[in-house]
Design a protein around this ligand. Sequence first.
Ligand code: XMP
Length: 526
Amino acid sequence: MSTPPAPGTDGGFDKILVVDFGAQYAQLIARRVREAKVYSEIVAPTISADEIRAKEPTGIIFSGGPDSVHAEGAILIDPGVYDLDVPILGICYGAQLIAQQNGGMVGRTDRGEYGRTVLSVDGDGGTMLGGTPSEQNVWMSHFDAITVAPEGSTATASTPDAPIAAFESQERGLFGVQFHPEVMHTEHGQHVIERFLRDGCGTLGDWTMASIIDTSVEQIRAQVGDKQVICALSGGVDSAVAAALVHKAIGEQLTCVHVDTGLMRLNEADQVIETFERNFGVRLVFVDASDRFFTALAGVTEPEAKRKAIGELFIRVFEDAKAEATDAGGSHADFLVQGTLYPDVIESGSEHASTIKSHHNVGGLPDDMEFELIEPLRSLFKDEVRMVGSELGLPEEIVQRQPFPGPGLGVRIIGEVTPDKVETLQQADFIVREELAKAGLEREIWQSFAVLPDIRSVGVMGDERTYGWPIIIRAVTSEDAMTADWARIPYETLEAMSSRVINEVPGVNRVAYDITSKPPGTIEWE
Ligand code: XMP
């Protein structure tokens, strides 16, 4: 019997490789393919034809890119890829590259086409455009244009400045579109992608959440055998879904460890216990380490020093808990569950990912722990992780939870972190999130929380002069946390947050709203 692939890999599903030629669109293409229920992976254009063959793809998509095929040093692909007998769809630069490398021609037009453009479909539209209107809106972004289609292929559409805006050859398995089917401004973009997947490649479209779970469960069982597994449960979405998935696979062999650092949001530790221990019946070692964290943080005010103190202590506490978990599990644990996601492993995005990590590795576990890793979410995007979580029966409050930094409220309290300040911030933070949820804004806001600065100001309440803390509300919209904009929350919602915080949280007499985008600000205050 052959060994099943490791958890988090394709698991034998049809697979589309998306070759990233440097456009910002590769991830979007990969996601559109997955929306069509076909598994996709992003690879760098330096991949060789042999490496592609080894991955056994059902189809390949070349993304767009900023280059011109005529430019010196333009990124090309190993031409051996055309002999693999795997259907290829080229998009924008990808289509031009296919033309260029297969006996077609790419010319320079007088002017490029940018934005919404009307596409005229020739004849029946062929495989990709068949069944769509003869005139339709597409999204264009190109300067060069294909003037001669690749040998043996037929042009199936044009636009005013792209005489061959789509071509295909079923026989050679070559397809190309000058427009961007992956962006939503292209009216029938998803249709084009699905026709390529189904009719061009013959994919089944069986990569569904339920089948992902079934396959992962099998993979995890095969990897673990009868050994013991440990999982650090932070309360965040990724570790929660990873733990639920591993628990479904191996039940009693899993022990979760939840460390309460004292820097969690209000009721967060209770919720983790409620969900995992009571509802799922997961063996949970709960460590209340808040006193140890407060002791370690006493007198520490410098942001990096705080992060370091929290990160180091977390590792020590986890090491201790590991011994306890081992006793609870009856034997030594050989595997550690990690909630690594696909964006962290995408080759072409690795620079990006590593910057985030080196900056934000606090709360992570050290590299030298003697465990084999189980990473069941390695192939999934965040929204897919959420869908898997829902399918597994995790509550909405966990599945839809916003990102939360490893060092927790420690980076949202400026200056020294004390139990009193944490309590103040927890209450204010709870109100901010509750009011945002009431306003129905939770899903469109990336993160929303309260910050407690290290200053006090004068106010008046009743007839009394007060000298209290301000609370700063931070709410941002973002795609990936690399950049962010301050959220335009309605005044009424801000007002409700402000009056509730001042009335309900002792010691707070002023509320401010942070209207800084990232850059120049960061999302967190420390
Ligand atoms: P900044 O503040 O740099 O944060 O704009 C970007 C994103 O990262 C989160 N963040 C962290 N996540 N450990 C984490 O796991 C950390 O130390 C950490 N610091 C910031 C932050 O909440 C935002 O989503």
